[in-house]
Design a protein around this ligand. Structure first.
Ligand code: MCN
Ligand code: CUN
Length: 790
């Protein structure tokens, strides 16, 4: 074959690189299809009646006036659901959650009744006709009061329960840690709060449920990050046969963990469809989303750090009070009730560490993870990075120097942390140096000295984070007994075009592009020739979905593995075509050729056609090139990064302005650097938002004070600087393409950098710590020596 016979596709750049996102064409032209775009014949609309009280006994629910509304088709209450054994549903943390309240309401905004009507307006109107009599009870709002002897018991539905303790958990070696602390020159302690925040994705949650009364097939279009897991849970909870359930997750307008769990509204839509025999749509509004769906954080932390006088960190001791709200609905692997908080030793080489953590119920919405949490690594990184700065403050040491002195060294990898996590790879000092250089750290310190002399408040904050993302392996990690491994299927059509089917679900991360790039890189065909199918359980193999930045570590690996299987089949077919032994074939991107005779070769497209043709195939070769796989990751991947934040604080108004932000991330091999940078930009904005403006506040009666974007603030371009990014690349040794996850890295790493910068700016006032969010009020009180606690 002459080179001119080689199809032109070989000249198209293949594989990794900053190609524009395939999905953007559709989004930019308004052709995205979200749950609320789904319109079915005869579709009805549901609306949820919510509790105005944080804690109250339900005396009675009278639905007669609502039922009489001419457009209302059904009114569903907790009692209706009791008849179906659906009044309570299991949560992802082995608790139960009320779908529609029967006995009590336990947080403001809790679901009490569901009205199904002919249109959305009628459903909303009829909510006002449902007459609920409540007997208000004293609420427990502050987690620090939850274990008091006289605290009201939130979960008296559980027989014999007399307090609000959910679980106690510990990790590390208490005795070894105490011994290290006893011998240390210096011990620094600090209380800190990671406040309750909310992911607030652009699209709220919703579902369209369609139970076909003839076939008995239930189709649910829904905002889910984990379609297969939802299908199994619907089957288990509702007793429906799983093959008769189809969960479709169409385009998702941001998830950030908000769309991991199953919400009462989804279940109500399903019941509504069963009861009425029509499709039922339920889409929550912004206030409902902010009040009732998964919040994040709410960790009250006490940290202690032990070190030698010259700044060698020896140990870390931590106590955490975790506020889980009214139902323990946290989404995390079963054996990890505190998520991956166990990596709280961060990026440092410690002798010993210990953590005790207690989870409590309060009269607030359930949830716990979400908002790019990396299963609580956000809280862990914030804790350790604040503690390192507190120590630097007490020792009078430069925080960059202190970090550099204590970071893990490259030769220590793979590194087993003192709490038992095996970090796969890293060169931390190189990454910190890169960040300091990019930020011109030494010059910044000079500038800060000059400004301080003039009475100006400039702060420089650092953080160095290590994440653990890509759950499983399934041996250690499951959700509700479902092991955390993911399938992938790859079909190569006769003309060489391919379709990749995945269990994960993009919410804006660009999977249709990057996963096509992985296959393209492995098969040497253009990414445009690979379609990615996901978000439909009838069309994709089983897997646990997208959260914890696990898509690239798990399904990215699956995509590479399945493409390699296809390539192996292609080799056998090519050997038949070229009449040589498979071992005598060499691979160059997109083509096998005969060793020593580069002109004799076959492209993937030619091989695909032959695999479907009358070509006689070798013994044992089935034909076609299609393949499937299930990827069970051997370990998590450990991305890391070094961040430097520069702020100016107005001494008169205490307003913080982020002037500059440098982020050097290492997520191993980057498939699409542009997408990776986009992920980092988004996460940095999250970090600025949490550090400076966001908190889900409640008054002492448990009234939710953040039900709109007037009260719960999102950062905009006005609050964000022009991010400056750098990178280092340390491939993951156990991942087929060396990639680590990155989707949550910047949200995890950035809040500590911002708070460290604010505290650094306030050094002239002797401030050692401020809690997030560092609003002008918080900063002002800190400057007055009267810290404000949320
Ligand atoms: N990527 C890459 N090279 C790498 C790592 C990742 O090119 N070395 C690409 C991936 O292929 C993918 C994207 O970057 O297109 C993110 O990959 P990954 O880190 O695997 O994270 P996930 O795809 O699993 O996304 C989940 C993560 C989480 S848990 C939250 S929360 C979050 C985040 O992604 N939610 C988001 N980023 C988000 N971005 C958007 N736009 N919307 C959300 O809801
Ligand atoms: Cu915790 S938020 Mo993301 O894992 O979906």
């Amino acid at each position: 074959m002459s080179t001119t016979d080689i199809p032109s596709q070989r000249s198209t750049p293949v594989g990794y690189g900053s190609m524009p996102r395939k999905e953007d064409e559709r989004f930019l032209r308004g052709h995205g299809r979200y749950v609320d775009d789904v319109v079915l014949p005869g579709m009805l609309h549901g609306a949820v009646l919510r509790s105005p009280h944080a804690h109250a006994r339900i005396v009675s629910v009278d639905t007669s006036a609502a039922q009489a509304h001419p457009k209302v088709r059904a009114v569903i209450t907790g009692h209706t659901l009791e008849g179906l054994d659906l009044a309570w549903m299991p949560t992802l943390s082995h608790d139960v959650q009320s779908v529609l309240a029967t006995d009590k309401v336990r947080f403001q905004g809790q679901e009490v009744a569901f009205v199904v009507a002919e249109d959305r307006y009628a459903a909303r109107d009829a909510l006002e006709l449902v007459d609920v009599e409540y007997e208000p009870l004293p609420p427990v709002v502050d987690a620090r009061r939850a274990l008091d002897a006289d605290a009201p018991v939130v979960r008296d539905d559980v027989e014999g329960r007399t307090d609000n303790r959910i679980f106690d958990w510990e990790t590390g070696d208490r005795e070894a840690t105490d011994a290290v602390f006893a011998r240390a020159d210096v011990v620094a302690a600090q209380d800190m709060l990671y406040p309750r925040v909310h992911p607030a994705p652009m699209e709220t949650c919703g579902a369209v449920a369609d139970m076909d009364p003839v076939t008995g097939k239930l189709t649910v279009w829904t905002t889910t990050q984990a379609p297969h897991a939802h299908r199994t849970l619907y089957a288990l909870v509702a007793g429906l046969p799983e093959h008769k359930i189809r969960v479709i997750s169409p385009d998702i307008g941001g998830g950030f963990g908000n769309k991991v769990g199953i919400y009462p509204g989804y279940v109500c839509a399903v019941v509504g469809s069963i009861v009425t025999g029509k499709p039922v749509k339920w889409v929550e509004d912004r206030s409902e989303n902010l009040m009732s769906t998964s919040f994040a954080r709410d960790y009250h932390m006490h940290g202690e750090i032990a070190a030698t006088r010259d700044g060698k960190i020896l140990g870390l001791r931590v106590k955490v009070l975790a506020d889980h709200g009214a139902f323990n609905g946290t989404a995390q692997p079963t054996k990890f009730p505190a998520g991956f908080f166990g990596v709280f030793t961060g990026s440092y080489d410690l002798r010993a560490a210990h953590c005790e953590l207690t989870g409590v119920y309060t009269n607030k919405a359930p949830g716990g993870v979400a908002y790019a949490c990396s299963f609580r690594i956000t809280e862990a990184v914030y804790l350790v990075e604040r503690m390192v700065d507190v120590l630097a403050h007490d020792l009078g040491m430069d925080p960059a120097e202190l970090r550099m002195r204590n970071l893990l060294r490259p030769e220590q990898f793979p590194y087993r942390s003192s709490t038992g996590w095996e970090y796969d790879s890293g060169d931390y000092p190189r990454t910190l140096r890169a960040a300091l250089e990019l930020a011109h750290y030494d010059e910044l310190r000079d500038e800060q000295r000059r400004r301080r002399e003039r009475g100006e408040l400039m702060g420089i904050g650092l953080s160095f984070f290590t994440e653990a993302v890509g759950a499983g392996p399934r041996k250690h990690m499951d959700i509700m007994g479902l092991g955390m491994a993911d399938g992938a299927e790859l079909r190569v059509h006769p003309t060489g075009k391919a379709v990749l089917r995945l269990s994960v679900q993009t919410q804006g991360q660009g999977h249709e592009t990057t996963f096509a790039q992985i296959v393209a890189e492995e098969l040497g065909i253009p990414p445009e020739d690979v379609d990615v199918v996901h978000g439909d359980t009838d069309q994709t193999p089983y897997g646990l979905g997208t959260y914890g930045s696990r898509s690239t570590p798990v399904s990215g690996a699956a995509a590479a593995v399945v493409a390699r299987k296809v390539r192996q089949r292609a080799r056998l077919v090519a050997s038949a075509m070229l009449e040589v032994d498979p071992d005598d074939l060499e691979w160059e991107k997109g083509r096998f050729f005969v060793r020593g005779d580069p002109e004799s070769g076959k492209t993937i497209a030619e091989i695909a056609m032959a695999a479907h043709s009358d070509l006689e195939l070798p013994e044992g070769v089935e034909g076609h090139l299609d393949a499937g796989t299930v990827y069970n990751p051997p370990n998590l991947t450990y991305p890391f990064g070094a961040y430097v934040c520069v702020v100016d604080v107005d001494p008169d108004t205490a307003q913080v302005k982020v002037r500059d932000f440098v982020a050097v991330d290492d997520c191993g091999v980057r498939i699409n650097p542009m997408i990776v940078e986009g992920q980092i930009h988004g996460g940095l904005a999250d970090g600025v938002g949490m550090a400076l403006m966001q908190v889900m506040a409640f008054d002492p009666d448990g009234n939710h004070l953040g039900g709109s974007f007037m009260d719960y603030l999102l950062p905009t371009t006005m609050e964000c600087p022009s991010w400056r990014l750098g990178q280092t690349v340390t491939p993951s040794p156990h991942h087929p393409i060396g990639a680590k996850g990155v989707g949550e890295s910047a949200t995890v790493g950035s809040p500590a950098a911002v708070v460290n910068a604010v505290v650094d700016a306030l050094q002239p006032y002797g401030v050692r710590h401020v809690d997030m969010p560092a609003t002008p009020a918080v900063v002002w009180r800190a400057m007055q020596g009267r810290p404000l606690r949320t």
